[in-house]
Ligand binder design. Structure first.
Ligand code: ARG
Length: 478
């Protein structure tokens, strides 16, 4: 295309076309209003490609210099909002190339030698996504640190651990928070794994079959800091599995966030009253003046559906596409962009909501979450959370576990008909259930005794929790 034709693509693509594209079709096929977001990666990729073309003697040093000058000016124009994005030029690639040709003449037209938009766009998305993955990994680390900081202050705070949302056994609040640290640590690892497969170079695959010019693809990969070169041109221009994989990893992060959100919402309800979250993360009700609603965790839980939806969208987009590139793939961008935006915003807000500090400048009066330890402990007192401890006590006195289990069930029934906790039954009454019960039973029936007894690796005993916190500190320092 001549520069004139590039400017007025609406008239016709090339001499081959006998009529212009209708306006509706132009709007339908254009992607510039969302893919202009890739401009930095597009220019970075073009610079690496041009530099290699010159090194291989495919374009002259003068052409390279003109391309570099032109792209640098285009960067400034885009950064300062002076760049005139044209719908008629369809996408970010053609917009930048057309402007480069205006600025650099024939040198601009030579940039596309040995390249197609097919390998160009695949390279752009990979470069862009690599940067976003790094930001997301940093945020995941910040969130882990925020959770650990709260955990450290609440190692001895006991809350009821639930299974089936029924009181099960007492656990340390720190232990509970560290469960999420494990999830976000795996999420961070998963992002790192995905990054290796994202960070491979498609450029040089051209439209689908490779190119006739003596390109040095390894050189371009090195310039762009990529770990390798895609080894099959058909695959390189067409598969978006790396984007799907990223969205799957993002969906898992959101699922973990969503589980945490659900707990925050429960914990701050009046019936639990385990925690408060700072007012700046809640909203009032327009009709009920007493309300403080946990909008932020609720929205995070809701946005999880949106991200999982993008995963389903992307994976469905890929299904059924024959090799190699198809225009279907243009539809990869909006779900991918929205996944990144949603995930980044959610992680940022959670870092602040969990670990935020009072800050006079921003008007933040409270830290992140405030823990109501007495309410947690009172809840753990209800529901016979130490019943397993009584069974274990009897096992240590020689009973088979199944018999101990049955004996304790009778004791719980009795306590519940008296409306009291197991630890509140007099020793005499307890001994009616089994003569082996002695006054040392009250050590195991206490919440703290129960907690301390679970001193196996990964258990909730404070000694174990402290060891885990130390391990996490070590890991996050690295
Ligand atoms: N805007 C296109 C995309 O996002 C760029 C590649 C277009 N290639 C083509 N042969 N039409 O996928």
């Amino acid at each position: 295309m001549t520069s004139n034709q590039l400017d007025k693509k609406s008239e016709a693509w090339s001499a081959l076309f006998s009529e212009p594209m209708s306006e509706l079709v132009q709007r339908y096929t254009a992607s510039v209003f969302f893919d202009k977001r890739l401009w930095r990666a597009d220019i970075q990729g073009s610079l690496a490609h041009a530099e290699m073309l010159a090194a291989q003697g495919i374009i002259s040093p003068d052409d390279l210099a003109a391309i570099q000058r032109g792209l640098s000016q285009i960067s400034s124009e885009i950064e300062s909002n002076q760049f005139d994005w044209k719908l008629a030029l369809e996408d970010v690639h053609l917009n930048i190339e057309a402007r480069l040709t205006q600025l650099a003449g024939d040198a601009g037209k030579r940039l596309h030698t040995g390249r197609s938009r097919n390998d160009q766009v695949a390279t752009d998305i990979r470069l862009w996504l690599r940067g976003e993955i790094d930001l997301i990994a940093d945020l995941l680390r910040e969130l882990q640190s925020a959770l650990i900081e709260v955990a450290e202050k609440h190692i001895d705070v006991i809350l009821p651990g639930f299974t089936h949302l029924q009181v099960a056994q007492p656990v340390s609040f720190a232990h509970h928070l560290l469960a999420y640290v494990e999830m976000f640590a795996r999420d961070e690892q998963r992002m790192g794994d995905v990054r290796h497969r994202v960070n491979q170079l498609p450029l040089g695959s051209a439209a689908l079959a490779g190119t006739t010019y003596p390109l040095d693809r390894e050189r371009v990969a090195r310039t762009l800091g990529m770990e390798g070169v895609c080894q099959n041109s058909l695959d390189a221009v067409s598969d978006r599995d790396f984007a799907i994989e990223f969205t799957a990893a993002a969906s898992l992060v959101m699922v973990h966030i969503s589980r945490l959100s659900e707990e925050l919402i429960l914990w701050m309800s009046q019936n639990f009253a385990f925690i408060r979250i700072a007012d700046r993360f809640t909203t009032g009700s327009s009709i009920m003046p007493q309300k403080k609603n946990p909008d932020v965790p609720e929205l995070a839980r809701g946005k999880t559906g949106r991200v999982v939806g993008h995963l389903v969208g992307l994976i469905t987009l890929m299904k059924g596409q024959p090799l190699a590139y198809n225009k279907d793939n243009q539809e990869d961008k909006e779900p991918l962009f929205d996944t990144v935006d949603t995930l980044r915003d959610t992680l940022r807000i959670f870092v602040e909501m969990i670990g935020g500090q009072p800050d006079a400048q921003t008007g933040a009066k409270e830290g992140g979450i405030t823990v109501n330890a007495p309410a947690m402990e009172a809840a753990a007192q209800k529901g016979y959370a130490t019943a397993t401890d009584l069974a274990d006590y009897l096992v240590k006195k020689g009973l088979p576990f199944r018999d101990a289990h049955e004996t304790v069930a009778h004791a719980v029934k009795a306590a519940s008909s008296h409306g009291c906790d197991l630890s509140e039954l007099p020793l005499k009454v307890l001994q009616e259930f089994h003569p082996a019960i002695d006054k040392d039973v009250f050590d195991v029936l206490s919440l703290r005794g129960s907690l301390e007894a679970r001193n196996t690796l990964g258990g909730t005993a404070p000694a174990q929790v402290k060891a885990q916190i130390a391990r996490h500190h070590e890991r996050l320092r690295a």
